[in-house]
Design a protein around this ligand. Structure first.
Ligand code: MF3
Ligand code: CO
Length: 268
């Protein structure tokens, strides 16, 4: 069942979604080689709780052990924070969810630490672009497949990347995962019809090489089959009668990212 949100509920959700962006920006200010992913996780968890919210992912399904997912290089999503040190040349996909005032916000961003190869820069740039191409289709009367098709066109068709099939975006609201599912691949004109009041977490997970992935023994960590890099960008989008309303924000993240000499800006 799809849960449509009232105008009042949307404003509560906007607050949760913006808080996720602020949590990301806190990290983007200080991220550098030498930090461990656990330090990153703990910083974000503290920020979330200091802002009167709860990390959505912690104990998700009774099993996810951490506040955030931190996925390095060939890890696609759902990476566990650990005591490994972040190195120059790594890409870090950070996924953050917060629960506040009864509603979730959920947003992911991939950071390039230090000097990364041109291939990796391009992967991050195209993946973020594909997110906005998908969002452009998130309009009243369109279908979920229109979003999916736009993302797949830009990444797989145009740039030869692998679009992950096993994981998808989702509806968002009082629950972290609501209907409908929002795949990053599919046919134009297929799937659920988009209507005002829907909120979708759109989240392309794009591999530099093959689309196939596998799960680590920890039961969560998803890696690319060929060991090549993977990128992940996620926004929460409210369907309106008019233009798509992006509830989350990358603005503060991007300002911090550009100002941080230890990060490479990949999006020009
Ligand atoms: N953004 C991811 C998702 O929507 C993060 C979920 S991690 C989990 O699936 F632990 F909460 F599952
Ligand atoms: Co999500």
């Amino acid at each position: 069942m799809i849960h449509y949100k009232t105008t009042e509920e949307i404003e509560i959700m906007r607050h949760s979604c913006l808080l996720v962006g602020k949590a990301h920006a806190e990290l983007a200010k200080v991220l550098k080689p030498g930090m461990t992913t656990m330090q990153v996780n703990d910083m974000i968890e503290t920020f979330i709780r200091d802002n009167g919210a709860v990390p959505s992912f912690k104990n998700y399904g009774g099993t996810y052990p951490f506040a955030t997912c931190i996925s390095v290089n060939d890890v696609v999503v759902h990476g566990f924070p650990n005591n490994n040190t972040i190195k120059d040349g790594d890409i870090i996909s950070l996924d953050i969810g917060v629960y506040k005032n009864g509603f979730h916000g959920d947003s992911a961003y991939t950071y390039a630490v230090g000097e990364v190869s041109n291939d990796v820069k391009q992967l991050l740039k195209i993946t973020k672009e594909s997110l906005y191409k998908g969002i452009e289709k998130a309009r009243n009367g369109n279908r979920v497949g229109d979003i999916a098709f736009a993302i797949q066109e830009h990444t797989e068709k145009k740039h030869g990347y692998g679009v992950v099939r096993d994981l998808v975006g989702h509806g968002l609201g009082r629950n972290l995962h609501e209907e409908p599912q929002v795949p990053n691949y599919g046919k134009r004109g297929s799937g659920a019809k988009l209507k005002p009041g829907m909120v979708l977490a759109i989240e392309p997970m794009i591999n530099m090489g093959v689309k196939e992935v596998y799960q680590d023994e920890d039961g969560w960590t998803i890696r690319t089959r060929d060991g090549k890099a993977s990128a992940h960008f996620e926004h929460d989008v409210h369907i309106t009668k008019a233009a798509p309303d992006i509830l989350s924000s990358f603005e503060e993240i991007e300002v911090a990212e550009k100002a941080n000499p230890n990060l490479t800006w990949c999006h020009d």
